[in-house]
Structure formats: structure tokens, C-alpha cells
Design a protein around this ligand. Structure first.
Ligand code: DQA
Length: 142
């Protein structure tokens, strides 16, 4: 079985992007750690990043059509803006788990609202790479 791990806008720049907030771990390093963690649970990972909202919608549909075990998603800034992602998350069968590197609740007000969070079963945030790894453990336990 496959876990989809989807990453939204600007996460391709991790490593150099606002390191005081997001750390210096690159997205490639996060991907490698996620693949290793999922393998412990006998799960395969489909790890992707896009800067485009509609592409994330398409990928949620793809996870549904392909019978993914779960979708772990860091929707990045679209977390706080995208009703399309919320609707897609509601429309699909695989459970959705929200992740963030930082803790948006402790940041600016406009980051406090999560649309996709309204359709997510669980949320792991504020722990950097560990947010992703804890989400994989939670997905494996579903
Ligand atoms: C983020 C938090 C969002 O508020 C922000 O727009 C991001 C990254 C995180 O992982 O901490 O791009 O999702």
C-alpha cells in the first residue's frame, strides 16, 4: 500500500528558505527520511511537491483513484486559503493527515485558520521533519 505525501508552494526551497523558521533540512532529505520511516511499516511512499493549487487538487483525486492508504499533506500557504483543497479532501476516501514544519498557531494571525484541517483526521506541526515522521506512524496505525 501507498502513502501519498504531498507538499505545496515554496517547500521546494526548504534548506535555504527562512531557515530560522523552517530549519536547514532540504525537501530531498525529508523525502529520504519519509521513505525510510514508511518502509519500517511496510508502506510505499509517493512523495511530491508543487507550487500549484490545482495540481494538489489533482493529486488528492489521484490518491483516491489509486486507493492510497492515506494522504499526508503540507499544503503550505494554501492551508490558509484553499477551499478547493478542503473540498477535495472531503471528496476522497483515503484519510487526510495535515502536517506543518512550523506551528502556524504561534505565528501571524492569518496562519491560524486551516481550511484543509477541517477535513483532516489529524495534524502534526511544529516539529520540522519529525512532524512528517509522526504523521507516517499515525497513517500506518490507521
Ligand atoms: C507551513 C506553514 C505555512 O503557514 C506556510 O505558509 C508554509 C509552510 C509549514 O510547514 O510550517 O509555507 O505549512
Amino acid at each position: 500500500t501507498t502513502l501519498f505525501i504531498l507538499n505545496g508552494p515554496n517547500l521546494n526551497l526548504l534548506g535555504t528558505r527562512e531557515p530560522e523558521i523552517y530549519g536547514t533540512t532540504t525537501l530531498a532529505e525529508i523525502e529520504a527520511a519519509c521513505i525510510a520511516k514508511a518502509r519500517e511499516h511496510g508502506l510505499r511512499v509517493d512523495f511530491r511537491q508543487t507550487n500549484h493549487e490545482g495540481t494538489l487538487v489533482d493529486w488528492l483525486h489521484e490518491a483516491h483513484a489509486g486507493g492510497a492508504k492515506a494522504v499526508i499533506i503540507n499544503a503550505a500557504a494554501y492551508t490558509h486559503t484553499s477551499i478547493a483543497l478542503l473540498d477535495a479532501a472531503k471528496a476522497i476516501t483515503p484519510p487526510v493527515i495535515e502536517v506543518h514544519l512550523s506551528d502556524p498557531q504561534t505565528r501571524a494571525d492569518f496562519r491560524h485558520r486551516s481550511f484543509i484541517g477541517q477535513a483532516a483526521d489529524q495534524c502534526f506541526k511544529g516539529k520540522g521533519l519529525a512532524s512528517y515522521l509522526e504523521a507516517i506512524d499515525a497513517a500506518a496505525a490507521l
